[in-house]
Design a protein. Sequence first.
Lengths: 284, 285
Amino acid sequence: MIRSLPKSNVYSIGFKLYIIFYFVFLFAPLFITCVLAFNDSQFPSLPWKGFTVEWFTANRSDRVGIFNDQINLDSIWVSAQVAFFVTLFSVVVGTCGAFLFEQENFRFKQPLYFLMLSPLVIPGVILGISILLFSNTLGTYFETSWNLDVDLFRPGFWLVVLGQFSFIATLVTLVVSARLKKFDRTLEEAALNLGANRFEVIWHITLKFLRPAIIGAGAVAFLMSFENFNTTLFLVGYEATLPINLYLQVRDGSTPVINAISFLLIIGTSTAAFLHLYFSKKED
Amino acid sequence: MKHQRNWALFFFLTPVILWLFLMIVLPHIDLLIMSFRVENDAGKMVWSLSNYTQFFEEPIYWRTFARTAVYSIIVTFLTFVIALPVALYITKVVAPRFQGFLTLLLLLPFWVSELVRVYGWMILLRESGVINHFLIKLGILNKPVEMLYNDVTMILGLIYTSMLFMIVPLIAVLESLDNSLIEAAYDLGANMWAILFKIIIPHATPGIVSGSIVVFMLTLGNYLTPNLMGGKNSLWFTEQIYNQFIASFNWNQGSAFGFLLLVLSSIVVWLGLKLTRQTLRTVVK
């Protein structure tokens, strides 16, 4: 059962096989996606027709590599912008949330805390439609009452940002709260005794202490936003984000360009994951 | 001092209140209101229950709903069964120096977008896919079989997608299990199954509950995997919502569906917590 107990050979070999099988199951789809990005074929399938990097670099009528594929490049740029704003907003609001729930006391703190957790148990699709509905209601209201046409209330860039922000902020709040719990509040008291006001204390002492958690939460927020599909699906306008754009291509038949994009995403995210782990290890 | 405290409270409270009320509370109230509104013959919006009665009268709606719920429970259970041995292996069996590396390896695929992972399964399983290619090469098949677009592959895809959210809490909870408890049980003559059911699973309950809740919720609300890997007949309830909103442009009907899905997921989460006597607060940790 565990390291220190004696076990039969059949049992431990069986267990090992299961684990190996599990890891094959885990990596097979990613591995094959990466391999087929370099296959010299018009379709993302075997047989192997030789190694090529044309699905990254080519610019011919029958074959456009990702670096020349304007539609896909545009959607990557849109996703990056969305993710930037989502990260910015959710880090600011999430950090406020962490301070609020860890250091402040007020009436209705408990119900508000549960409200803050609720985006974790609301399916992304529901968040998407309810924000779509509400912005539409607001838009109609502004138009009929004041004859104002507010662009923000229409499906599009900012609505996607707000929709993703609505649940990613919860995540940031939880991550930053976890770090804030470990903060030694006597440091704050010392600073207050030495004449600093509360905002100076937060700025010079508490936020310095929180920095690794804030950076880590920001990185996760960026990635979650960059890859979000469910909520975005309902809020997207004519500027498609990368997951939406890829979805449309995958649904309607695919070319190895998608493998090339996937390859870049896999390499990018695993590098980010390693860096994240490396820095959080160092912090401990 | 008192004055400053109030300012700090106000400073932190305002953005949080704005966020929670403008983006969570009011939109969901709007969703609920919209689900009870319907356009009458004169083209006016009136209060009505017909969006909900429609759901119960039209078999395709409630059948899809029931199907989605049952399949989500099956997926959650299977994910648990597959994940438990892996979590046990990493925390209790493998040599400690490999532990960190294996955990990292385990998490890696989930940093990659769900779409890429589903796409990977599609090029593996489809008729012109890699698995068919090898099966024919090996002479096991003589013509390719379509392995995609059925319920089994859809379940496989859903399990794959949500695996991480089961494994991480399981590893966390098993790490806190004292090995000497298992050793003691062994010395007292317990066999493997007794140890599993009397010691490991009871100890792991908090992790199992939080993992199951997240997996269930994510599966229930998944759109991509059922849409791309499921067949024409494997409709998922989120697809019904999408159809009402985007294809038929019947937002009121779609709102009613959305609200029903929200109620279902809340009930199951609540039941899960009640049955195991946990609170949302402990599960989040």
